[in-house]
Ligand binder design. Sequence first.
Ligand SMILES: NC(=[NH2+])NCCC[C@H](N)C(=O)O
Length: 421
Amino acid sequence: MSAPTADTAVLGATSEVGPLRTVLLHRPGAELRRLTPRNNDQLLFDGVPWVPRAQEEHDAFAAELTARGVEVLYLDRLLTEVLDTPAARAELVAAAVDDPRLGATLRRTAAAHLADLAPADLARALVGGVAHDELPGARGLSWELMDRTDFVVRPLPNLLFTRDSSVWVGDEVAVTSLAMPARHRESTITAAVYAHHPRFAGAEQLYDASLEHLEGGDVLLLAPGVVAVGVGERTTPGGAERLARRVFARGLAHTVLVVPIAQQRATMHLDTIATMVDVDAMVMYPAVADSLVAWTVTAGAGGADRMADDGTDLVVRGPAPFVTAAAAAMGIDRLRVIDTGLDPVTAEREQWDDGNNTLALAPRMAVAYERNTVTNAALEAAGIEVVRIAGSELGSGRGGPRCMSCPVTRDPLPPPQPPEA
Ligand SMILES: NC(=[NH2+])NCCC[C@H](N)C(=O)O
């Protein structure tokens, strides 16, 4: 069988490490220019990035992917293309002004302004936001009383982290329900793109933004049929439970491992502490490697077809050490945790800078930030090819190569080889 071409490739992924064919990225743009020392905390950035350099870094990241045969889709282009569709325009304009800060007059004026824009300009406004002084026309009391530095439509600087606003599980896509107010509107964009763009025609949606909080950074496809879901600052236990029922009902997985993580910024998602770099290996923040646990969730005796969103047919076992529970679910003897051998201070610094947040391009090949020199050396010593990218500016949003990418198509993994005699 010949390798699928981009146009004929099936959509979806069943692992974290199957050869990457198509990936969704967002090149950062005007929305990053909106960040100031006054608003960066609320907008979930730890600094004020130098935008042209961030774009250079992002272009270099994309170039490493295309050089290895990965098709890069850009979210803002897909967005512009769907804005030709009246239904998509209407949904996105309505979502942009659906904000309790806006009075009725301002909401009406803002909606009329957006509705008049050509697709590319509308896409820019939806992503980059509309500042107080950028809105023409009658604007009403809430506009008059609004801080001059505030936004009528808030910008979406975290759209850069395409991992979080949607995630493919098998051949279905979960549009996620983002926990932080600064990110809520991102999933209106991914929902519209998946629903209306011809590239995704026929793709089933597994999840939607109205449901319990669930972010893609917490969802790891450990192996075909095995999904790990981190529960902490972003994804709630309810979100993990809902996803479990849905993947079982649709035959997309047989086991969901629910993994509690510390509710704090440094570990906002499961992928900030551990990512897959081979079919049976993860790079993991040493400080949690021994303490991480998992609850193993499977479908009850009633079988998957009896599963409904409100059904009770889940079997929950645990907690057990994460590596043990993961190996059992994956059907392997041992999940290898690459020992980064770091002293605690270096480990903490490199975890903060997304050293554990790698994007696998294939088994034993992963993209990583170059700055995490000690973690990267440990990966190489363990036989992982490291594709290094710069991230001094990109990293100020606290996200690494995995956060900045949403795999749309990965090749399936070959079935496991029987052990050598
Ligand atoms: N999958 C991830 N780790 N994403 C990182 C997202 C970073 C983003 N600034 C946030 O706080 O939400």
